[in-house]
Design a protein around this ligand. Structure first.
Ligand code: PAF
Length: 287
């Protein structure tokens, strides 16, 4: 029988536990989250459980990745439900650090990535990735996983995390798992809860515009400007939408491109507000 989910908050405790588990030769899979878990997170937990002896999930709403005007105070939280979902999946450990322990008053060390953090999400949320890379490095140092699992929905975040792993020589394999969608195509996100009924329907324009882009590419269009213009027209036809960006980047280097070439993979990416809720989505296309 599987033992109950164990919750650890203390940093000393997780360090000691990880030493013991490593001595026993256990492989560790890790799913970092900010909680309010949905099927997207749970798919990462399932993937980790398939490939590791033990699975750790962290829940930490990281203040350093929210700008002052963003939604830190209203970010959805439901720890009891999260614990229930993780227990049902027979997750081994929940790491639930305390903000005061993670960021004591004299905290002054940051991890930042220079280039791929400047574009797209980085342009609209200039301090966001520094917060993400700092907390992910801290979480990696606490959990010391063999494998870490991230969702493709945050494709730029995944590219930035791969960069810190390469640059800082973390001995961790980064696994990117496919986007999980609702039946009608909306990418799962903790922020979907903020959408009212009308906005929930309007939000389908994100996945529809990605599908449209893919169709145009399949018809042979190579110039990204033309593809993006068609996406913009569709998105702007929805009154509640306010587009931040649509873009196409080379998947390998996460570099914005103006021409699609054969034999390469690309992400088509979109960030758009529906009413007051900012949503992101993307599609990976390969030739
Ligand atoms: O993707 C998220 O939920 C967060 O950005 C992460 C990776 C848990 C860091 O806070």
């Amino acid at each position: 029988m599987h033992e109950k989910l164990k919750t650890i908050s203390s940093i000393d405790e997780i360090h000691s536990l990880i030493k013991v588990l490593k001595k026993e030769g256990k492989t560790i899979g890790f799913v970092p989250t900010m909680g309010y878990l949905h099927e997207g997170h749970l798919s990462l937990v399932r993937e980790s459980k398939k490939n590791n002896d033990l699975t750790f999930v962290s829940i930490f709403v990281n203040p350093k990745q929210f700008a002052p005007a963003e939604d830190l105070s209203t970010y959805p939280r439901d720890l009891d439900k999260d614990i229930k979902l993780l227990s049902e999946l027979e997750t081994d450990y929940l790491f639930y650090p305390d903000t005061k322990d993670f960021y004591p008053n004299d905290f002054q060390t940051y991890v930042s990535v220079n280039e791929i953090t400047k574009i797209l999400e980085g342009e609209f949320r200039p301090t966001h990735f520094r917060g993400v890379t700092t907390v992910v490095a801290m979480l990696f140092n606490c959990v010391s996983p063999n494998n870490a699992y991230f969702g493709q929905k945050d494709a730029q975040q995944a590219a930035v995390i791969k960069q810190i792993v390469r640059d800082l020589k973390f001995d961790i394999k980064i696994n990117i798992c496919p986007i999980v969608r609702e039946n009608d195509g909306l990418a799962m996100s903790s922020r979907n809860v903020f959408l009212n009924d009308k906005e929930r329907l309007d939000a389908l324009v994100l996945s529809r515009s990605l599908k449209l882009a893919e169709e145009i590419i399949n018809e042979g269009e190579k110039e990204t400007e033309k593809i993006l213009n068609e996406m913009k027209k569709l998105i702007n036809s929805v009154e509640s939408s306010q587009l931040d960006y649509v873009s196409i980047v080379e998947a390998e280097r996460f570099k914005i491109t103006d021409k699609i070439e054969n034999d390469k993979s690309y992400y088509i990416l979109i960030a758009c507000k529906i009413g007051k809720t900012r949503l992101i989505d993307n599609k990976l296309i390969s030739f």
